[in-house]
Design a binder for this molecule. Structure first.
Ligand code: SF4
Length: 233
């Protein structure tokens, strides 16, 4: 290792330690004592909100270069909405408008999604919306398996923190990624799955509905299940 590589590695270690300490602060850890090289953490009893926990992941995602999609992104699209939501909606990836604005579902499909949410008496501010991928695939191509594999870990942590009563997976990629199956959306749509104690219902993606309005009736059926689950919670 030459001197330049050594300096780079040293700076990388310092950066990792700083990120770690910032994350620890959020969890209420304010001091670290190191007597005789044995680290002892002093934990303060602090209630950590879901918003604070999501902010830790958001910070990681904003610096993420785990896959090649970071190269062309204009904005990371982490997710948006109420961290205490009963309903979490998961799409596949940001599109052109989402990449521009850094927000999920803001194009035509987003407008339809807003109407879908409002049709069961909820608002966009009361739910949480995110995607499996946090960066836009070039030309809005479909997500690649390797991209889903690395980026999905962020989504799983978002689900754990938000801990909603129900998840509505929008389209094939979101449904397959969360359920870990390869079945076509037509086979898995509308069923009530158990995802770690959370109701999970796959349905069609709003972009698909824009092209196939006749399928809206199936989404309506799926929404009635979501409405029932939320009202019983
Ligand atoms: S798509 Fe996900 S894994 Fe890839 S760079 Fe963006 S945040 Fe990282």
């Amino acid at each position: 290792m030459n001197m330049l590589d050594g300096q780079r590695e040293f700076l990388s270690i310092i950066k990792s330690i700083r990120s770690y300490i910032e994350a620890e602060k959020v969890y209420g850890i304010s001091e670290v004592l190191i007597p005789n090289a044995n680290a002892v953490k002093i934990r303060r009893t602090k209630k950590v909100s879901k918003a604070e926990l999501l902010a830790v992941i958001r910070n990681e995602v904003f610096n993420c270069k785990r896959c090649s999609l970071h190269k062309a992104r204009r904005n990371v699209v982490f997710g948006d909405g109420n961290p205490n939501a009963k309903l979490l909606l998961v799409g596949e990836a940001p599109g052109y408008e989402e990449d521009l604005q850094g927000l999920p579902f803001v194009g035509q499909a987003g407008k339809l999604l807003t109407r879908i949410i409002e049709s069961i008496g909820l608002t966009r501010n009361s739910v949480y919306i995110c995607n499996v991928l946090k960066c836009r695939p070039p030309g809005n191509r479909s997500p690649l398996p390797e991209e889903i594999s690395v980026c999905k870990t962020y989504l799983i942590r978002q689900i754990q923190i938000i801990s909603p009563k129900a998840i509505l997976c929008l389209g094939k990629y979101a449904s397959q990624a969360v359920l870990g199956v390869d079945d076509p959306i037509t086979n898995i749509r509308g069923k009530d799955y158990d995802y770690k104690g959370i109701h999970l219902i796959p349905t069609f993606h709003p972009a698909y509905l824009l092209r196939n309005p006749n399928s809206k009736k199936y989404v309506w059926e799926d929404l009635q299940k979501i409405k029932r689950i939320i009202s019983e919670a």
